[in-house]
Design a protein around this ligand. Sequence first.
Ligand code: NZQ
Ligand code: ZN
Length: 387
Amino acid sequence: MKNFKFHVPTTIYFGKGQIEKLGQEVAQHAHNILVVYGGGSIKRNGVYDAAMAQLAANGITAQELGGVDPNPRIATVRKGVALCREHGLDGVLALGGGSTIDCAKAIAAGTLYDGDPWDFVTGIASPRKALPIFTVLTIAATGSEMDSVAVLSDPDHNEKRSFSASCVLPVCSIMDPTYTFTLPARQTAAGCADIMSHTFENYFSRVEDAYFADRVAESLLQTCIQCGPQAIAHPDDYAARANLMWCSSWAINGFLDAGKPVAWSVHKIEHELSAFYDITHGVGLAILTPNWMRYILNEKTESRFAQYGVRVWGLDSSLPLRQLAESAIDKTREFFTSMGLPATLSEVNIDETNLRRMAQKAHQPSFDKTFVPLSEDDIYNILRMSL
Ligand code: NZQ
Ligand code: ZN
C-alpha cells in the first residue's frame, strides 16, 4: 500500500427524520443561503417543504436556484454564482442528487473565485476556498454528499469534466433513506451501477496488498447486488434504501482508494458518452463496465477477476482461473440487465459516429498506470465492443 492522507470532515446525519438537524447545522455557518435543486422531484416528495421549514425555524433566509439538469450545466453554475454575489449569500444548500450537489459545489467555490468557474475543470484554477455547502441527498449513487468532486457539463462543446478540491467537501449531509422511496426504477438501477462502478475502479488496481479496502469493496458490491433489486421491487424497502445510500458514500469518499492510486478510467470514458449524448451516468457505466472487464482480462489479471467471482458471486473456487474470471464478468453483465439497464450503446441511440473523438478525449496520461494500461486505441476498441 502507498502512503495516504484521509480527511473527510463532512458531518453525516443518517436516517429517517434527520432533516430536523438541518436548520441548526446551517445556522452555525450561514444565515442567508442559496437553495439549489433539480427539476422538481423534491417539490413532489416533500423534501423541499421539510428543508424550507427547517431554514425558517432557524431564521435562515434563502434565494432559490431550481432547474439543475442531470449532468449539470456550467451555465447554471454561472447563474448561481451571480445570485450569491447579488444577494451577498454565505452558504449553499443542495437538495437532490449528484447533479444538484455538484452544481452547488461549483457555485460555492465559484462565488469566491475571481474568474469563470469552468476554469476549475480545465485546470486553469484550483479552488482554494468555497462557501459552506450543505446537502440533503435524494438518490444513492455518486457519493457527492461525502466527497470533494464535482462534475460539470458544457453541452455546447460536448464537454463533461470534473474537479476535486477539499474546500467543496460538504460541511454536513442529511441522508434520509425515505427520501429515495420516490426514485423511478431506472434511476435506482443507474445509481446502484454507479456505486458498483466506483467500487470496481478502486478494486481493480495494481496495488494488491490493500486487503482491508478490498474486503470492504467486496462487501459493498454484495450489498449492492442484494439491495439494488430489492429497492427496485419494493421502492419503500427502508433497509434496502438505507444500505444503498450508505454504500454510495463509502464507495467514493477516499476510503476504498486509500493507498491505491487509481485512474477512474471507465468513468473518464463514460463522461464522454454523457458529454456527447447526455445519457444518464450510471446507464453509461452499466454498458461499458462488463466490456472493459472483458477487454482487460488476460493472464496477469485473471486471478483478480477470479477472486472477485469467488468472493462476491460465490463461484466455486476449484474451477480454473480463466473460467472463474469469465463467469464473474458474465454475472456482472447479467446483474445490470436484470435491473433493467441496457447492455449496448445502440439501446441508448449511440452509434459509431463519435467513437474516435470520444476515445481521444477520454484518454489521460494516468491511463498508463491503470490496472491494465489503456491507449486511445484500447478505449476505441472498448467503445466499439459496447455498440
Ligand atoms: O431533477 P429532479 O427532478 O430532482 O430529478 C432527478 C433527476 O431527474 C431524479 N431524482 C433524484 N432524486 C429523486 C429523483 N426523482 C424522484 N425521487 C427522488 N428522490 O433523478 C434524476 C437524476 O438525478 P441526478 O442528480 O442527475 O443523479 P445522480 O446522483 O446520479 O448524479 C449524476 C451526476 O453526478 C456526476 C455524474 O457524472 C452526473 O453528472 N457524478 C458525480 C460524482 C461526484 N461528485 O463525486 C462522481 C460520479 O462518478 C459522477 O460522475
Ligand atoms: Zn460515477
